[in-house]
Write a protein that binds this ligand. Sequence first.
Ligand SMILES: [Zn+2]
Length: 353
Amino acid sequence: MRSRLRLVLAILSVSVLLGAGATRRAVADEKDGRLDIYFIDVEGGAATLFVTPAGESLLIDSGYPDNNGRDRDRILHVLKDVAKRSHLDHAAVTHWHLDHFGNHAALASEIKIANFWDRGIPETLAEDPKFPERIGNYRAASQNKSKKLSAGDMLPLKAGTTPLSIKIVTASGDVIPNEGAPNPFAAEHKPQADDPTDNAKSVSFLLKFGKFSFLCCGDLTWNTEAKLMTPNNPVGQVEVFMATHHGLNVSNNPVMVLALDPRVVVFCNGPEKGGSAEALGTARRAKALQAIFQLHRNVKLKPEEQTPPEFIANTEPTADCKGRFIKLSVAPKGDEYTVKVQDKEKTHTFPVR
Ligand SMILES: [Zn+2]
């Protein structure tokens, strides 16, 4: 009798545990039909989190390593506490620089990462003598199962009611075929010295959700931007453009930015990195431009050279920075989106053109 009672109790407690687990999972995956994009502040690196209407999560880049886990913790905070996700379905790397894949391995030891994506792994990297060691950690974290992204590939995402896609438009220096309408700004291209670094090989992601579109090109540099966008524009116009390469002036070629004609530009800059006067000036020249957001005030520029304070997430130098993020949220039909800077009152609303 005692043992039967114990058996009944055991069965009961197991089913209670299973039930609680199922409830937690349901809550974690619950979504409101919106597509959310979080620009996480990693002090001049990059870490952009997407949560789709189907509840899937994608992190593109993961900030700097070290600094007592500063960037890893900021990413985990936004993922778990803000976006309410327990794991990452996809983690992508635009290119093999430290401010972009600094925390993939550290994140993998804290949470489950189902799929790793990158441009392919080179044996060595001329600009980083420590690359073999760093890439060893990445290989271990991804259990050597990272998948290679090439220009023209589609990143597989679960479909919802509104069509959602991510197309790779550049990778490893290759670009998608130069089809589409002629780029009216093509003649503005003034080539710069060729870039031998991994920046020029960045993976670029073109996201479409209904009529909404968003482009992130990692740290792609000037001549590859022109290779993609001239003489024709195969990308079309985009609603939101993440300024390339933290907004440095060796990227954000006007032939690209003006042809994309974004309505909103987000600069993932640091206090002393990116957010350059040249790139800000180019973004302002876009005809459709409505707003520029910056993760950081550029401490070297005058206030009038950058976006107004209400559009800047962090004004302090790195030592005192609170690491505030910017959240962009697209309505379920992809016809309208909002942008909100953490801790600021105002939510900015934009209809999709
Ligand atoms: Zn970078």
